[in-house]
Design a protein around this ligand. Structure first.
Ligand code: RB5
Length: 149
């Protein structure tokens, strides 16, 4: 498994801790920045890099960290094929995969402790999409096509 990770300055510390956790689990990590927390950067730039990487099939999943996870999710969801979810706990992390077939997880570095975030990331990666939601996912894809016209 390969996970593309990205963050702005507010999510840098969390991204670094989660990337280390993933490497420790034997998961491949494609780190697309940012590379420190001292320089303010714009979260849409990193959301775009990670989302495009997942959409191109260079990574199985994306992980995006900003202050809240919200900006990252809004930006990543503009990339066709991306279903980015900002989650709040282990349960919503699982549901984002099983019900919503999310392929990018967005977490808030200013809101979560590292152990909480690790629990959510592990739950997200271990959960499996449920087939019964396929029709709804197809309708999300239809909205992308409609927007492209
Ligand atoms: C940066 O200050 C902050 O606005 C950003 O990290 C994020 O929380 C936006 O959603």
């Amino acid at each position: 498994m390969r996970v593309a990770v990205g963050a702005d300055h507010a999510g840098y510390a969390l991204k670094t801790a989660l990337a280390d956790h993933l490497r420790g689990q034997g998961v491949g990590v494609l780190d697309l920045g940012t590379d420190d927390d001292a320089t303010p950067v714009d979260y849409p730039d990193f959301a775009a890099s990670v989302a495009r990487s997942v959409a191109r099939g260079e990574a199985d999943f994306g992980l995006l960290c900003c202050g809240t996870g919200i900006g990252m999710s809004i930006a990543a969801n503009k990339v066709p094929g991306i279903r980015a979810a900002v989650v709040h706990d282990r349960q919503t992390a699982v549901l984002a995969r099983t019900h919503n077939w999310a392929n990018v997880l967005c977490l808030g570095g200013r809101l979560l402790s590292i152990p909480e975030a690790i629990a959510m990331l592990d739950a997200f990666l271990q959960a499996t999409p449920e087939e019964r939601h396929q029709g709804r996912i197809r309708k999300i894809g239809n909205l992308e096509e409609e927007a492209g016209r």
